[in-house]
Design a protein around this ligand. Sequence first.
Ligand code: DGL
Length: 282
Amino acid sequence: MNCLFFKLRTTKYTLKADQPIGIFDSGIGGLTVANAIKKHLPNEEIIYFGDTAHLPYGDKAPYSIKHYSTEIAKFLLEKKCKVIVIACNTASSIAYKDVLKVTQNNAILINVIDPVVEKVHKEAKQNDHIGIIGTKGTIKSGIYRKKLKELNDDLEVSSMATPLLAPMIEEGFINDKISKTVLESYLTDNKLKDINSIILACTHYPLIKDEINLFYKGKVTVVDSADIVGNYVKAQLEIQGLLNKKNKPKHQFFISDYTSSFEKSARHFFPEKITLEKASIW
Ligand code: DGL
């Protein structure tokens, strides 16, 4: 049985269904996860934190990622979140254990890596070759490789850091000449030769998933965490009897620095009335 799943089942929480779901990332990437959570759980209230003052997380030192992530978790706990989703692969791979020390049994803590690893492992054929792209921090941690190999040592796993992608997406270079050139130069790298599937191990990347699919022309399965995690959060709330029945929930967005890119993306994914406020994390 998957460890995360087992831990969530056996931990005793004293939470209430009408508490919100907290989600955080360095910037707009986690909005892809928030959007999927909204689709799977339309009655849940979402509190999102985008740490725009400190992005990108991908090339920050581990102690900085741990510090920012634990501070944001404290902020979301103060907002009484019943679930905290670390909607960032970099923070999930580097700071999960530290955040868990903060949340303890005061909120269900979910990272974006375990649900994806579980699903990819279930669907992979015995000797599949799986490619992984993500930030320097995520790839350097080796976490996907380690977890996939633990489940099936016959899988071939090749990973490559693609550090230009998150800042490129955050700056709005999507579906244009720049994104095409950058993507092609990464995806034609020898490290990713002969893969059967590719994990988009950064929550920013679903925003360029169409371009990645276009590059592979259906020959490689492109896996992103948004929908898998949305589904996973729903399953956990069902197991814990914590599904909200609220009608028309109000969502709140907090950012550590104002960026027009964040506002534009938040309003794109959440066209309903939302609040966007500045909150400092040092
Ligand atoms: N979206 C994040 C991730 O999944 C962070 C990207 C970044 O800030 O470098 O890793």
